[in-house]
Design a protein around this ligand. Structure first.
Ligand code: ME8
Length: 662
C-alpha cells in the first residue's frame, strides 16, 4: 500500500485588486513557491494558496473610475494577477478570490459559528467618515480631514456586528506560550505579545456603509468588513465548511509581510478559537523590500515590477536575488545594481560557469559520458565530504526558512569545486593510463558535486537546475527527486550527458539596467496602442534616443497632436548620473516651473555645454524613474545615423522660455 504522505499547507496573503503586482508581492509568492517545491522534494503532499482580496470601498471606487461594474473590475484584476503568477512560473495549487461563491459561504458559516458560540453581538460603531469617498478614516479625530480628498470628515455612528476580541486576550497569550514557534521571526513575537498584553478591544466586523462586500445573511445592508472576509480565504481555499474532507486545514504556514502580522496572529486565531476550529501552525512575517529606503507604492512612483527583470535576466535570477540578498524576516533595499552584480557574480560566474566547464571537459575528454572514477586522493575525499556535509545543513536551513544561508552554503560548495579544479588542473593532464584515470576521478567528482548542488538549489532555481539535471543525464524529473535520499556517490558512471544549454549568460550592467527600466516604464505608462504610431519625433529622454522605426508613421489627426504638450525650456543645471553612462540629469526651466528631466544624451553632450541652452520639452509626459532618478518630461532630439545619435532640437531665433510649440 502506498504510504500516506504528510500534508503541508502554505499560503500567501490574498492581494488587493486595486493595484498591480510589484516586487513586494512577488517576494512573498516566490517564497511560497520555493517552500512548495522544497516540501515536495521532502515527500510532502503540498498545497499552496494565493489569491485576490476583492471587496471594499477601494474597489468600489476603482471600478467607478474605470466606468465598469465592480464584478467586472475584480474579474479583470484577478485575471491579471493570476496570469502574471503563471507567467512567472509561480503556480499556486489554489487561487482564491473573495468573490467566489465557496468563499462567500465560508465567511457566512464562520460568522454563524462565532455567533452561535456567543462571540458576536450587535453594537454601534462611531468613527470619522468621509462622505465624499464613502470611507471611514481610521485613527482620525473629529474635525480631521480625509487623507484622500482633504475635505473634512464627519463623525458617523452606524450599527455593526462586533466580534468579542477582548475575550481572547488570555487564550491568545496561552496559545503563544504553548506554541512558541507560532509567530516567526522571534522579534515579531515579542511585539505581538506586548500588543495583546496591552488589552484587546472588540472588533467591528460588519459595515452598513459599504456596499461591495459579502452580505451578512438576513441582516442586509450589513456586509462583512475587510479582515473577517479576507482571512477566511485561507480556509475557503481548502474546502471551507468541508475542510475536513480535503484534509489540508490547518495551514502549516501563513507567509505574510510584517504589515499584516497583527491581523494574522491576533484576529485570525481569535476568530478560529471562537468558531472552535483548528488554528494555523505558524505565521511567518517577512520584512519589506524598500526602494530608496521607502516602502514601494504606486503613488510614490517607486515600484519595481517583476516582469521586466524576468524578461531580461530570467525568473530564476530574480528568485535567487530576492532570497539571497536579504535575510528572510528583515527589511532590505532593492537595487538593480545589486541584482545585476549578483547575477553576474553568483549565477553567471558561479553555478553557470561550473556547469559549462564541467560539460565542456566531459565532452572533450570522455565523449560526453560520465567517467568511472579511479583511485581517490585525499583532496577528492575532502571535496566529497564538504558536499555531503552541505546536504544536511542546507535542508536544515530551508526548514527554518533561512533561504539566504541555505544559498550561501550551496554557493560555498560551488566555490570549493572551482578551487578544486584550479588546483587539480585536469586540463593539464596527459593521456597516460594513470593520467586518464586521474582525469576521470577529478571530472566524476566535479560532476557529482554539480549534481548535488543542483538538486539542493532546485527549489530556488527551478528552470536552470532542470537544465543542469538533464545535462548530467538525469532523466527523472528533478522536482520529484527525494532530497532525503540525496547523498554523495549516486552519480552512475557511463551515463550519457544531455545537451548543454546556456544558463546565465554574462550581462553588461548599465545596458541591462537601462533595458529593464525602459520595459518597466512601458509597463507602467504604456504607449497608447497602434504599433506603427511610435513617437514621430525622436526622444532624447529615457535613454531611448534614436531607435526609431524609419517607415511611414500612421496618420494622426490634429486632436492627437495637440495631446502632446511641447514647450520651450532652458537648461539650468546638468550633471552625470553615477552608474548610468548614457544619462544626464538636467533641471529645465519651462516657464511655469523648473523640472528635473533625465536625458539619454550623456555620450554626446558634455553637461556644461548644455547650461543656458534652449530645448524642446514634452511637458505632459507621465513622470518616470530612470536609474532611480525621477524624470518629469522629455527633451526632444533628432535621431541621427545608424547608432541614433541624439541631436537636440533648438531654435535659430530667440524664443521665450515656456512658449508652446504648435
Ligand atoms: O494586505 N516588501 O494585501 P496587499 C515585501 N489584502 N513584501 C511586500 C511589499 C514590500 N515592499 N509590499 C507588499 C493585503 N508585500 C491584504 C491581505 S490576507 C488575508 C489579506 C507583500 O495587496 C507582503 O506579503 O496590500 C504584504 O503582506 C502583502 O504583499 C500585502 O499585500
Amino acid at each position: 500500500m502506498a504510504e500516506q504522505k504528510e500534508k503541508f499547507y502554505i499560503t500567501t496573503p490574498i492581494y488587493y485588486t486595486n493595484g498591480l503586482p510589484h516586487i513586494g508581492h512577488t517576494y512573498t509568492t516566490v517564497v511560497a513557491d520555493v517552500l512548495r517545491r522544497y516540501k515536495k522534494m521532502r515527500g510532502y503532499d503540498v498545497v499552496m494558496t494565493t489569491g485576490t482580496d476583492e471587496h471594499g470601498v477601494n474597489v468600489e471606487r476603482a471600478a467607478k473610475n474605470a466606468g465598469i461594474p465592480e464584478s467586472e473590475f475584480v474579474a479583470r484584476m484577478a485575471d491579471t494577477w493570476r496570469a502574471l503568477w503563471d507567467e512567472l512560473g509561480l503556480t499556486a495549487d489554489e487561487f482564491v478570490r473573495t468573490t467566489d461563491l465557496q468563499h462567500v459561504r465560508t465567511v457566512q458559516w464562520l460568522f454563524r459559528l462565532c455567533k452561535e458560540n456567543g462571540y458576536v453581538y450587535k453594537g454601534h460603531y462611531t468613527g470619522q467618515y468621509c462622505i465624499y469617498d464613502n470611507a471611514y478614516v481610521n485613527d482620525a479625530k473629529p474635525g480631521d480631514p480625509c487623507p484622500d480628498c482633504g475635505r473634512p470628515t464627519e463623525t458617523v455612528t452606524e450599527e455593526n456586528y462586533f466580534f468579542k476580541l477582548s475575550a481572547f486576550q488570555k487564550p491568545l497569550l496561552d496559545f503563544y506560550r504553548k506554541y512558541p514557534e507560532f509567530i516567526q521571526p522571534e522579534t515579531r513575537k515579542n511585539e505581538i505579545i506586548s500588543f495583546v498584553e496591552g488589552g484587546l478591544k472588540d472588533l467591528s466586523i460588519t459595515r452598513t456603509t459599504v456596499r461591495w462586500g459579502i452580505p451578512v445573511p438576513g441582516e442586509e445592508p450589513h456586509v462583512f468588513y475587510v479582515w473577517f472576509d479576507a482571512l477566511t480565504a485561507y480556509l475557503s481555499a481548502v474546502g471551507g465548511p468541508d475542510y475536513e474532507k480535503r484534509g489540508m486545514w490547518p495551514a502549516d504556514v501563513h507567509l505574510v509581510g510584517k504589515d499584516i502580522i497583527r491581523f494574522h496572529t491576533v484576529y485570525w486565531p481569535a476568530f478560529l478559537m471562537a468558531a472552535m476550529l483548528p488554528l494555523p501552525k505558524q505565521v511567518w512575517a517577512h520584512g519589506w523590500f524598500l526602494m530608496d529606503a521607502a516602502k514601494m507604492s504606486k503613488s510614490k512612483g517607486n515600484v519595481v515590477l517583476p516582469r521586466p527583470i524576468a524578461n531580461m535576466l530570467g525568473m530564476d535570477a530574480l528568485r535567487y536575488f530576492l532570497l539571497r540578498e536579504v535575510v528572510f524576516g528583515q527589511d532590505g533595499n532593492f537595487s538593480y545594481d545589486a541584482l545585476v552584480t549578483r547575477y553576474n557574480a553568483d549565477l553567471a560566474n558561479g553555478l553557470g560557469n561550473l556547469a559549462s566547464r564541467t560539460a565542456a571537459m566531459l565532452e572533450k575528454n570522455f565523449a560526453g559520458k560520465v567517467p568511472k572514477p579511479g583511485t581517490r586522493l585525499p583532496q577528492d575525499d575532502a571535496l566529497a565530504k564538504e558536499a555531503q556535509g552541505a546536504i544536511g545543513e542546507v535542508l536544515e536551513r530551508y526548514d527554518k526558512l533561512e533561504f539566504a544561508r541555505a544559498l550561501e552554503t550551496i554557493w560555498s560548495v560551488i566555490a570549493a569545486a572551482d578551487k578544486y579544479l584550479t588546483t587539480e588542473q585536469p586540463w593539464a593532464l596527459g593521456n597516460s593510463p594513470e593520467e586518464e584515470s586521474r582525469k576521470a576521478t577529478i571530472l566524476w567528482t566535479t560532476a557529482e558535486l554539480l549534481r548535488i548542488v543542483t538538486a539542493l538549489a532546485h527549489p530556488v532555481l527551478p528552470d536552470s537546475t532542470a537544465k543542469v539535471w538533464k545535462l548530467l543525464g538525469q532523466n527523472a524529473a528533478i522536482g520529484a527527486t527525494p532530497l532525503d535520499g540525496l547523498h554523495w556517490g549516486q552519480l552512475a558512471p557511463d551515463v550519457t550527458l544531455g545537451k548543454f544549454q546556456a544558463l546565465f549568460p554574462r550581462v553588461e550592467k548599465t545596458e541591462t539596467i537601462e533595458r529593464i527600466e525602459a520595459m518597466a516604464n512601458e509597463e507602467l505608462n504604456p504607449t497608447p496602442a497602434a504599433p506603427a504610431s511610435k513617437p514621430a519625433a525622436p526622444a532624447a529622454s529615457s535613454g531611448a534616443a534614436g531607435a526609431l522605426a524609419a517607415g511611414p508613421a500612421e496618420k494622426i489627426g490634429i486632436e492627437d497632436f495637440t495631446k502632446v504638450e511641447m514647450r520651450v525650456g532652458q537648461v539650468k543645471t546638468a550633471e552625470r548620473i553615477v552608474g548610468a553612462d548614457k544619462l544626464l540629469k538636467l533641471t529645465v526651466d519651462i516657464g511655469s516651473e523648473v523640472r528635473q528631466i533625465c536625458a539619454g544624451i550623456a555620450q554626446y553632450y558634455e553637461p556644461e555645454s548644455l547650461i543656458g541652452r534652449k530645448v524642446v520639452v514634452v511637458v505632459n509626459l507621465a513622470p518616470r524613474k530612470l536609474r532611480g532618478v525621477e524624470s518629469n518630461g522629455m527633451i526632444v532630439a533628432a535621431s541621427v545615423g545608424p547608432e541614433g545619435r541624439p541631436v537636440l532640437a533648438g531654435f535659430h531665433e530667440d524664443v521665450e522660455v515656456g512658449a508652446r510649440l504648435k
